[in-house]
Each structure stands twice: as structure tokens, then as C-alpha cells.
Design a protein around this ligand. Structure first.
Ligand SMILES: [Mg+2]
Length: 225
């Protein structure tokens, strides 16, 4: 079984999030206490901070979205419904902009016939939408999201649940992802083959490491030979 992470691996989350954050900023003139040129970076940091709390099981999916809004607007008193409305402004812009990396579909096409799955920390409906719009959803037979198990990567539970659903031992499973801390180290610790997709080509890590998904089918064939 070959599992894939979604954001940063199959789908270009960062480009979509950066562009959507600026549309969001412009939607609320003079209400967000950041300079526009600094906002995309600040936005992503705030997003990561609260999303990681969700992945650790500390707060719900919606609570982390609200926490993001309260921090972005520096309004800790913002009520839930107002925070949710503001979040919807962002997510509409974001979901229009997510797209697959150009190497994703050709890689999955070459792996057709292998069992393919998803292990993702993102919200189930949002992640399914991204894959569907990118034409990638049909490739996957097992899809596990952090909200299905109450904890996200790097927790072992989400990897083990994916292997259980696939009916495979971790040792007979592969996980491909772009995060050392969330994908590669924890999957390797469970005996899975953790393949690091380093799109920047800059991080020194024990192999297997690939810099594009175009290298993945060849790597897997080599190892089967
Ligand atoms: Mg990722």
C-alpha cells in the first residue's frame, strides 16, 4: 500500500493559501493589524499554530478556525458566529485556488494498479474537495483524516488506522510526504517505508528522498526488483 500526504505533496496548499490570504486581507480594510506585505507569512504561522493544536487533539476543528480568526484580527472577544463568517471568507478564496502539483497526476497514473491511499491531517470534506477538483480522488481506495481518529500526524494512531483499513502491516506499507516531522520520521518509526518528498532539494535526510513525484515510480520499481 502506498499512502500519500496531501498538502505540499499532491496539492499546492501554500500558493493557494498565500493568494487567498491577501484576498481575505483586502476584504476587511483596516481591520487586520498587519502590513499587507507581511500578511501571507503571518497568516500561515497563525494557521499552523492553531492547526497543530487540533492535530494534537487539544481543540476541535472549528475551534482552531475560530482561534485563527481571533488572533488574525487581534480580537479575542470575537464571538463564534462572527469568527465562523470571517473564516468562510477565507475558505471560499482558498478552495477556488487549490490545485495539484504538475507531477501528481502523472505519478499516480504510473502507479495505477498499485493500492494507493491517503493519510492527511486536513479536514475530511475540504481535503476530499481538493482531490476531487484536481481529478485525483479516483486513484485512492483508503483515505484517513485526522478527524477520523481524533489525532493527526505525527501521532502513530492515524498511520496505524490507515494500515488497518488497508489490511496491510506497516512494514508492507509506504508513506510519501513533504514533512520530516509529520510524515517521514513517524512513519519510519512504525516500520513503514517513509519517503521524503523534498521539493526544495535542500534538506539532508537519510534516503529514500525524492525531489519530485516524477521520481517515485522509478524508486518503487527499483526496490521491487
Ligand atoms: Mg504536507
Amino acid at each position: 500500500m502506498i499512502f500519500f500526504d496531501i498538502d505540499g505533496t499532491l496539492i499546492d496548499h501554500l500558493s493557494a493559501s498565500a493568494a487567498a490570504s491577501l484576498r481575505f486581507y483586502d476584504h476587511f480594510p483596516r481591520a487586520i493589524p498587519f502590513d499587507r506585505e507581511d500578511f501571507s507569512v503571518a497568516w500561515e504561522k497563525i494557521l499552523d499554530k492553531h492547526f497543530e493544536r487540533f492535530c494534537r487533539g487539544e481543540i476541535s476543528l472549528w475551534e482552531q478556525r475560530r482561534a485563527r480568526m481571533r488572533e488574525v484580527f487581534a480580537q479575542p472577544e470575537l464571538c463564534d458566529s462572527e469568527a465562523d463568517e470571517r473564516y468562510q471568507v477565507f475558505v471560499r478564496e482558498y478552495e477556488q485556488r487549490t490545485s495539484a502539483y504538475l507531477d501528481a497526476a502523472p505519478c499516480l497514473e504510473r502507479l495505477r494498479g498499485s493500492s494507493l491511499g491517503i493519510i492527511s491531517n486536513g479536514a475530511r470534506e475540504q481535503q476530499l474537495g481538493k482531490l476531487r477538483r484536481a481529478g485525483l480522488l479516483e486513484f485512492f481506495s483508503v483515505l484517513v483524516f485526522s478527524e477520523d481518529v481524533g489525532l493527526g500526524k505525527p501521532a502513530s494512531r492515524i498511520f496505524l488506522e490507515a494500515c488497518r483499513l488497508a489490511g496491510r502491516d506497516p512494514a508492507a506499507s509506504i508513506h510519501v510526504g513533504d514533512s520530516l516531522g509529520a510524515d517521514v520520521m513517524p512513519s519510519r518509526a512504525l516500520g513503514m517505508r517513509g519517503i521524503f518528498l523534498d521539493r526544495t532539494g535542500r534538506l539532508p535526510v537519510d534516503p529514500p528522498v525524492i525531489s519530485t513525484l516524477a521520481e517515485l515510480p522509478g524508486l518503487l520499481v527499483e526496490n521491487l526488483a
